[in-house]
Design a protein around this ligand. Structure first.
Ligand code: ADP
Length: 274
């Protein structure tokens, strides 16, 4: 049972009912403290991450002022300001997205979500980046599959996986998105032939702001938040996300989500996080 309220008050109330409730209370307080620590950490990281593009934009603005009689230099600095401000707005958008998902709370009103539409939207959103690198994004597998959940969240998760596959692939390679039904779950796999992930870092890539190679990361324009969004979406849907990767050969990310019961009148079973 969840016990709320101030500890002294609640302890007094639950003590006669036995040690199980007291234990639940202690666990609750421990979890609260952990959540607080994670939140403090997050705020510190966010401030640090925001300072970088803001600092860069400021320096570039000063450079524009100094180079006012050199139109080529002004154009160059202004282009870099645009890149940095795009990065800044992506970062802010992902921070907002992630903070909405923070609690891993079960979804309030899940609906049937069409995987064809989700994958279509994810592929469309990476179209420009894929075209710029001559990468073919191919969709395979079963059509007409549906998961139960939030269309917005599932689309954000799949779009992040496809965007990463494109960002960390070599030019002129292939990214394949496959969807299939396994028991009562739907698996969406994104396979790339890209740079892969070193074995000793693979456990860390779902952490917020973690990047394998921060230097390369700047050129891909990533925020370091994409995979933690994917992880939280999986958790809020009662699903999971797994990764296989060989450095230099490519990676496969598989997002598994509960299937929507296709038959009319079938009782809805709500998805709870593990
Ligand atoms: P980013 O915005 O940096 O892509 P993510 O949270 O999406 O942040 O990913 C974290 C890190 O995991 C990336 O910086 C990259 O080092 C690594 N990564 C993610 N997806 C892939 C992939 N498909 N291939 C290789 N490395 C990847």
């Amino acid at each position: 049972p969840r016990v709320s309220g101030s500890p002294r008050h609640v302890t007094a109330r639950v003590a006669p009912l036995g040690s199980r409730l007291v234990l639940a209370l202690v666990e609750d307080r421990t979890r609260e403290r952990q959540v607080d620590a994670v939140r403090r950490d997050f705020v510190a990281n966010v401030s640090h991450e925001l300072k970088t593009p803001v600092g860069a934009i400021r320096l570039l603005a000063e450079a524009v002022q100094d180079a006012s009689d050199d139109p080529d230099a002004v154009y160059r600095f202004a282009s870099r300001m645009l890149t940095e401000s795009d990065r800044l707005s992506r970062l802010i958008q992902q921070i907002i997205e992630l903070s909405r998902l923070q609690g891993d709370e079960p979804l309030e009103s899940p609906v049937a979500v069409s995987i064809d539409e989700v994958v279509g939207a994810a592929v469309d959103s990476s179209h420009m980046n894929a075209a710029a690198k001559d990468i073919a994004v191919i969709v395979e597998g079963e059509k007409g599959l549906k998961v139960i959940g939030s269309e917005k969240q599932v689309t954000a998760a799949v779009a992040n996986l496809v965007a990463n596959a494109v960002a960390y692939s070599e030019p002129s390679s292939r990214v394949v998105v496959t969807r299939k039904k396994v028991d009562h779950a739907i698996e969406i796999s994104v396979v790339d032939q890209g740079i892969g992930i070193p074995e000793d870092e693979i456990d860390r890539i779902f952490e917020r702001f973690y990047r394998v190679d921060p230097a390369r990361h700047r050129s891909t324009g990533g925020t370091g938040l994409g995979l933690s969004i994917v992880k939280h979406v999986a958790a809020t849907h009662g699903g999971d996300v797994r990764v296989w990767s060989v450095e230099g050969q490519g990676s496969t990310f598989t997002l598994t989500l509960p299937e929507h019961p296709q038959h009319e009148g079938m009782p809805f079973i709500s998805a709870t996080p593990h």
